[in-house]
Design a protein around this ligand. Sequence first.
Ligand code: UD1
Length: 432
Amino acid sequence: MDKYVIRGGKPLYGEVEISGAKNAAVAIIPASLMVDGVCRIENIPDISDTDKLLTILTHLGAKVRTINKNTVEIDCTAARRTGAPFDLMRKIRASYYLIGSMLGRFGSAKTTMPGGCNFGVRPIDQHIKGMTALGAEVNVSGGFIYADARGGRLKGAKIYLDKVSVGATINVMLAATLAEGQSIIENAAREPHIVDLANFLNSMGADIRGAGTDTIKVNGVDRLHGGSYSLIPDQIEAGTYMAAVAATGGSILVKNVIPKHLDCISAKLREMGVTVEEGDDAVLVSRTGKLKRTNIKTLPYPGFPTDMQPQISTVLCLAEGTSVVTEGVWDNRYKYVNELRKMGAQIHVDGKTAIIEGVGALTGAPVAACDLRAGAAMVIAGLCAEGVTEVEDVHYIERGYQDIVGKLRALGADIVYICEKDETPRTGAAAI
Ligand code: UD1
């Protein structure tokens, strides 16, 4: 099995360049299906989730031209509604964005129920509610989702989301883009990648206002035209490196970020005794003294991101005193705690709350990545632990982190990727 082998205990120093935002890319690639012409997308992270989505588009008849590792040109002029590789769709969560974009482009869609990380129940009722309000007939059966605009074009409508949902906000925005008339999404999610998707669509001719607030107005247009767009940097990748240096000690410059998107992460790290200095598009993160305890509750943006919960909880294992972490988004996001316990962590989980007793130091052990961000937490634990940590199931981590091994090695970490086939240690981008 592919794994990372980490010899911990080395502080991190140097600079790390953050890649484009995964959760923006996985919405914008499906959105390109609605574009009439060539769209050039820059700053796409080179990760397995984006690779799978581009492959799905190719199966639908799109021409995908790779300009370089992070830039593609997508031409969906000749795309068809059939031919989707369902096995591939099942492997990623974001494949459900094809419902919104296929409804817009073809007036009907067939996709699989989405995959992705397992945080307990992940319903899609709000997606269905939104599409139905726009006039689509949506059925879920046998592991597939069928949506049909009943032979015509979707019609703008007012949609109140019962729950703040990133996915439902994005999917309804996609479906409304080419609908007839105005749609209003109320109680919308406000994450940076929602704004990025709206900016992408607007730059291709859409008329979307209010993204980033809880009310988004989409004035349907007849067509989208080609153009060029560069994705925002990844908030969670940046936060992961910030958490890593908080855990190991040292000082790193995290480059190509939007510091505003990191406010809630920076604020919590400062409470924990970490120094965070903001520049225009970089943050300098340093930790020399002891870590202090704190309490954290995850919430939709601009609250503390649930996708940083496993990483920050790992750092809190090293803080003096007792910290309380409350998961405010998902029902079951503490599976990784069992792995951290193997490394000496003392964490008691009660429902959505984790009580973390600081232990001063973790000890290296064989552990597994239970999902993408839990995997990142295992890497952080390994970096600061005494001795050797082997992290298995690293395919989860590669879903969302471009060249994590190469980036960490450049910061002085002792981490190698061991490939199952030949057991050869590899150390950089080519490894993945
Ligand atoms: C996205 C992110 C994921 C992140 C999450 C919350 C992507 C590809 N994934 O997931 O990394 O953890 O946002 O920031 O962008 N819900 C319903 N009904 C629905 C939809 C959601 O009840 O129809 C609930 C969910 O169970 C959850 C909450 O709403 O409790 C938030 O989910 P949502 O924001 O939709 O998460 P995703 O878009 O799946």
